[in-house]
Design a protein around this ligand. Structure first.
Ligand SMILES: *[C@@H]1O[C@H](CO)[C@@H](O)[C@H](O)[C@H]1NC(C)=O
Ligand SMILES: *[C@@H]1O[C@H](CO)[C@@H](O)[C@H](O)[C@H]1NC(C)=O
Ligand SMILES: *[C@@H]1O[C@H](CO)[C@@H](O)[C@H](O)[C@H]1NC(C)=O
Ligand SMILES: *[C@@H]1O[C@H](CO)[C@@H](O)[C@H](O)[C@H]1NC(C)=O
Length: 318
């Protein structure tokens, strides 16, 4: 344990460009592709990320020896999945995708096209919405589309929304996956140290743990910087990570969140339409920290390889 901590520190402090040491067959369950030159961003966007193209992605993942990733359509593309379809075709069946669709206008043919390219789910991104009614109606509409196709519904919603979603998820008949620790924010982010010492006191956390134990909800162990300000080690996320992993050893998956969009937080004085930089994140260190949270070689294998294969319906051996 001490040896591993020292290894993590040397990566972080030395900023050594080491390749992440991940098991063979690893899946990165959360990345974005952003290609404004070929696929214009939505004019109504909240921020403007710089390009992170399929070429950038290839360089990033090949450098780490990772062959499989899940491309999630980011909010800056609204409900236009062209960039996602293009990326999935480029990666030639090795990747999966999570789409965002307009439930009023999407057709069966379009959904079939998404499925054939590798899409296996739909994402609700209402990260900071206090409108639980809206979240519930979006969930119900997405469940209706996901169910006949055996897709998952992916949630990026406030943790507290899980109180009301708890019964809905139990009766939905589809698998759910929550982004980034189910948005369980800790003290360095909320300024309430109770969130760090006892995550069960955060509204929605007991419901998340219950759904994970019932094997209805996967959780991504990804992007701790969205819930904690304790960079670079995010030590205060440890209790959340370890609680979720212990609750559902088979229900957790690793994600890098590359290229680490800064979202609205990154907007400068020029406003949301001026390109902003990505967050400066040490991916290799985060992989090492994630492995330490997993705690055993067997759990590392589940988190990086076996669980994502089940979640993303990947049934071959590589
Ligand atoms: C989606 O974006 C592509 C280009 O990226 C464009 O050709 C197409 O018209 C857009 N679709 C809709 C419905 O706006
Ligand atoms: C993508 O590649 C270009 C060209 O090498 C580089 O300038 C840019 O920083 C890369 N972007 C990312 C997100 O890696
Ligand atoms: C959400 O917050 C906004 C602004 O703080 C407020 O105007 C609105 O009434 C709230 N909505 C709900 C459903 O609580
Ligand atoms: C926590 O405190 C910092 C520093 O005072 C402040 O900038 C931040 O907005 C606060 N965060 C919340 C969620 O209240």
């Amino acid at each position: 344990m001490l040896k591993r901590s020292l290894a993590i520190l040397s990566i972080v402090v030395g900023s050594i460009a080491v390749a992440a040491r991940v098991p063979e067959g690893t899946w990165d369950s959360h990345i974005h592709i952003i290609d404004p030159d070929n696929f214009p961003l939505d004019s109504d966007r909240d921020y403007t990320p710089k390009p992170a193209t399929v070429d950038n992605c290839t360089e990033f993942q090949e450098g780490r020896g990772i062959k499989h990733a899940v491309v999630v359509l980011p909010s800056v593309y609204g409900t236009n999945n062209s960039v996602l379809l293009d990326a999935l075709r480029y990666f030639d069946g090795q990747y999966r995708g999570i789409a965002v669709v307009d439930v009023e206008t999407i057709t069966d043919d379009e959904l079939d096209e998404l499925h054939d390219a590798g899409v296996r789910g739909l994402r609700i991104n209402l990260e900071s919405s206090n409108d639980t009614e809206k979240i519930i109606s979006n969930v119900n509409a997405y469940v209706a589309i996901a169910k006949p196709r055996d897709w998952v519904v992916q949630l990026w919603v406030p943790l507290s929304a899980m109180v009301d979603l708890h019964p809905i998820i139990q009766s939905a008949g589809v698998t759910f996956v929550a982004d980034h620790f189910a948005h369980a924010q800790v003290g360095s982010k909320t300024n309430n140290s109770v969130n760090t010492f006892d995550p069960y006191k955060s509204a929605g956390f007991p419901e998340v743990v219950d759904l994970v134990q019932r094997k209805l909800l996967f959780v991504k162990i990804s992007a701790p910087y969205r819930n904690s300000k304790q960079d670079p080690l995010y030590e205060d996320m440890r209790v959340v990570a370890q609680t979720l992993i212990a609750a559902g050893p088979d229900m957790v998956v690793y994600g890098s969140d590359w290229p680490h969009v800064a979202s609205e937080e990154g907007n400068g004085p020029g406003g949301p339409l001026v390109p902003s930089n990505y967050r400066d994140i040490n991916d290799a260190a985060l992989v090492e920290i994630t492995k330490e949270w997993a705690g055993s070689e067997a759990q590392i294998q589940r988190l990086f390889v076996d669980n994502p294969r089940r979640l993303w319906q990947w049934y071959s051996e590589d």
